[in-house]
Design a protein around this ligand. Structure first.
Ligand code: GUN
Length: 285
């Protein structure tokens, strides 16, 4: 039976650290500020945005929410991003993804000032992550690394397999594991012998977006399994990319869904917002 890595507990600890950092900045007259932009009315996105706002309030970060209708234009969105780039009380900008059809998401990201890009999606920040000289880490992969550390697992020298190659999770995840000296393989929808490759992993990160995709025969005995998935099963119940009940019996550590990676993403966003505020105030840690 695996030990469950409790993302809520690890995230709570990071939020406490962030709150303490915010208090210190307050004494210097600095309040970190985050602007969250949402376009359209996707229910899941609305929930994420609400949670981000509440999380900011809880640690003392100032936040602003900008909601544009689904029929807003690309120009309107870019104008808003340019205004936020100039806004003194805003240190971090997050444009909630996905944008409605018709928007050029990449162009929007490229218009965010890289110093305020708390998602670390701008090509400048992506490039910095590639060379290992970065101030912001993409929130979800950074959260995964924190969870592996919290379990007391050493990444160095381990065989790490990432399933999924998205720009948001899979690709930066592979880079961060590499920076931690893991030996990294990225699998995706066209990978041959995927199950066999996964079953050799000491550390397996599933970010495929398919409910219960990772089965017991795809994991190594004693592996560490991190589940980035957020799906609905056949009964409409929230579940991850890993078939938790069968896999859990075979591995040493596993993250649950919900309560694993999810809470970490917001905690890392708060951390990035504080980092952005420090940099913009000329404070170097
Ligand atoms: N949609 C789902 N996850 C994320 C995220 O981390 N950042 C943004 N901007 N949108 C998202």
């Amino acid at each position: 039976m695996a030990a469950i890595i409790n993302g809520k507990d690890v995230a709570a600890k990071i939020r406490e650290e962030v709150a303490a950092d915010v208090k210190k900045l307050e004494q210097q007259g600095i309040t970190p500020g985050l602007a969250v932009v949402i376009v359209g009315d996707d229910p899941a996105s609305k929930t994420y945005v609400k949670n981000k706002k509440l999380a900011c309030e809880a640690v003392g970060i100032y936040s602003e929410e900008y909601a544009l209708p689904a029929n807003a234009t690309q120009e309107e969105l870019l104008t808003l991003v340019h205004q936020l780039n100039k806004k003194q009380d805003i240190d971090g900008i997050l444009v909630q993804s996905p944008l409605p059809d018709g928007f050029n998401e990449q162009l929007v990201i490229e218009n965010i000032n890289p110093q305020k890009d708390v998602d670390a999606f701008h090509p400048v920040n992506v490039g910095r992550i590639m060379i290992g000289d970065y101030s912001f880490l993409p929130c979800t992969p950074a959260g995964v690394i924190e969870l592996i550390h919290a379990a007391g697992v050493e990444i160095q020298g381990k065989r790490c397999v990432v399933i999924g190659r998205s720009n948001i999770v899979g690709k930066p995840m592979a880079m961060l594991l590499l920076h931690e000296h893991g030996t990294v393989t990225v699998c995706h929808s066209r990978t041959e012998h995927l199950a066999q490759i996964c079953s050799q992993a000491d550390i397996l990160v599933a970010a495929v977006g398919k409910a219960k995709f990772v089965k017991e025969d795809m994991v190594k005995e004693g592996a560490v399994v991190i589940d980035v998935g957020m799906n609905r099963d056949e009964n409409g119940k929230l579940c991850g990319d890993v078939d938790f009940n069968s896999v859990e019996k075979k591995v040493s550590f596993i993250t649950p869904v919900p309560g694993g990676v999810g809470p970490m993403t917001i905690a890392m966003l708060l951390k990035n917002t504080v980092t952005a505020a420090k940099h913009q105030a000329g404070i170097v840690d």
